[in-house]
Design a protein around this ligand. Structure first.
Ligand SMILES: CC(C)(COP(=O)(O)OP(=O)(O)OC[C@H]1O[C@@H](n2cnc3c(N)ncnc32)[C@H](O)[C@@H]1OP(=O)(O)O)[C@@H](O)C(=O)NCCC(=O)NCCS
Ligand SMILES: [Zn+2]
Length: 255
């Protein structure tokens, strides 16, 4: 029997597509968080990501973006904590049953969508300024650190960000986040097809229900997609401009 592939969409946008009109799509909690970012770049990434998430869900659910709601689920909290909602966004209302993941880094915003199966996307800007060896201590398992150390210096930064994106995509798909540590999951080395090798966090799925693949995020970025399903995954990559730009065009003319 040939198993039907699970379809998954990955939408790409840029923080430069931010526009005041997008804020109208956000809910009160999102607008409040947007207003607390100090740096314009963070505000723009957040606005584009959250507006796009609603537009993508609305299109998939066949409803208006204002009808889409999210519940934020943190597996480490029981809701009695005195802090604002946080964690994996779970679509609700007419979009219930759809699965979503959001990532933003540098000039990239990504939103991944799947139906009925958990999905996680992660994009990382490759920064030559960051201390990769120091970060590797926190992010990589011992065998991964050894594989990284064996690479020529000019390949090690890119390889590190490949590892990082792959591992975060997995921990975002499960909703675990990095709370239990990124070293609790290990993946194949960059240069080999992405695959999870071990996953030792409490909410980890069986390894035969994990699909992991790289995404092309352009030069200077590394990105990965994780889908928690035993089925093969068919990814459709989409440009968010047709969803975002009609809203921006509705702005009143300046003056
Ligand atoms: C979520 C996390 C993996 C994001 O990594 P990142 O590379 O810094 O940022 P990204 O842009 O790729 O992803 C951010 C998005 O992940 C999503 N997210 C947050 N927590 C998540 C979780 N547990 N599972 C899946 N997705 C999550 C949100 O949509 C978030 O978007 P927003 O910041 O615009 O609201 C990481 O920061 C994390 O795990 N944080 C939570 C740590 C934690 O558990 N703290 C204790 C809570 S009690
Ligand atoms: Zn929490």
């Amino acid at each position: 029997m040939i198993e039907e592939p699970v379809e998954c969409e990955v939408w790409w946008a840029s923080p430069a597509q931010s526009d005041p009109a997008l804020l109208e799509l956000l809910d009160d909690a999102e607008r409040a968080r947007h207003g607390r970012f100090r740096r314009a770049a963070d505000r723009d990434r957040y606005a584009v990501a959250h507006a796009l998430a609603r537009l993508v869900l609305a299109e998939a659910a066949g409803c208006g973006p204002a009808e889409v709601a999210f519940v934020l689920e943190c597996p480490h909290c029981d809701g009695t904590e005195d802090r604002e909602p946080h964690g994996k966004p779970r679509p609700a209302g007419p979009a219930a049953g759809l699965e979503l993941s959001i990532s933003h880094s540098g000039d990239r915003v990504a939103v991944a969508l799947a139906r009925g199966v958990p999905v996680g996307v992660d994009v990382e800007e490759v920064s030559e300024r960051r201390d990769v060896a120091g970060l590797a201590e926190m992010v990589l398992a011992p065998a991964e650190r050894a594989a990284l150390a064996a690479l020529p210096a000019e390949r090690s930064a890119l390889a590190f960000y490949d590892y990082w994106a792959r591992k975060e995509a997995l921990l975002k798909a499960s909703g675990e986040g990095i709370y239990s540590g990124l070293t609790a999951v290990s993946v194949t080395p960059p240069g080999e097809p992405p695959r999870v090798l071990s996953w030792a966090t409490p909410g980890a799925p069986p390894l035969d229900r994990v699909r992991l693949q790289g995404l092309d995020a352009g030069s200077g970025y590394r990105a990965a997609l994780a889908v928690l399903t035993p089925a093969p995954v068919a990814v459709a990559v989409r440009d968010a401009a047709p969803l975002l730009s009609p809203l921006a065009a509705d702005d009143p003319p300046p003056g």
